[in-house]
Design a protein around this ligand. Sequence first.
Ligand SMILES: CCCCCc1ccc(-c2ccc(S(=O)(=O)CCO)cc2)cc1[C@H]1C[C@H]1c1ccccn1
Length: 241
Amino acid sequence: KVTHEHSEALNQRIKEHLALLDHSDPDANGWEQITEDGEMKVYRKELVQDGLICDPLKAVHSVGLVTAKEMCHYFWFPDVRRDWEETVDVFDVLETLDEATTINYQTHKQVWPAAQRDCLYLSSMVKVDNPPSVGDKIPHDTWIVCNFSVDHPEANPVSGCVRALIEVALICQTFITLPKDGGPITRDCLQCDIIYVANVNPGGWAPASVLRSIYKREYPKFLNRFTNYVQQKTKDLKLLF
Ligand SMILES: CCCCCc1ccc(-c2ccc(S(=O)(=O)CCO)cc2)cc1[C@H]1C[C@H]1c1ccccn1
């Protein structure tokens, strides 16, 4: 459905990201694993575009106690961004396009010797109907948050920042194990499978070694911090499907 000027672009990106749900073996087609921490595996590809390091990043994870909608809600919801995002300085919502779509401006903490980066992007949370089912597991629900760079007339960029371009998706699927005793579904029955992809173009020069070490350090940290945040935030709340 078209509700705003970016609807077509958003629907196109969602379609492309959902292709990841075929759970094609991440170890295949060129992905190199850079970290493994329990259920979380982080992969990258080495990609240089116009002399800039644009390594695509992909992480797969599986966490208990939360639903796909809860994970995507807290990833999308602007009001809680500061609770879990620690590499961002300025964060503003420039425009709210509908109840699940905003246009955000943010600056990232500078990483010496590179110039500080900022991002201007659309962020939308969408429920995926009839997702491609994977193997024998049938997901209870599938949600996606898509963050991708757009222009906006009201962006008032922080001077000195280099504009980074992002293409990010968080795809979450809830799997429920019904309790043996036929009782109500509790958080212990939940398993949320996550696929996170991030394509960040730094927008200007940054030393390859610095960028690659940031990515290797920051993405696993962010995924652990964010998933722990959602488990804590939801532990005493009603399950949100
Ligand atoms: C010299 C550094 C050049 C690149 C800087 C940069 C820009 C944007 C981003 C980024 C932008 C959005 C997202 S998100 O998933 O949509 C959530 C919303 O914030 C995520 C990461 C990352 C980085 C790189 C720091 C690197 C880095 C990696 C994970 C976390 C933080 N920083």
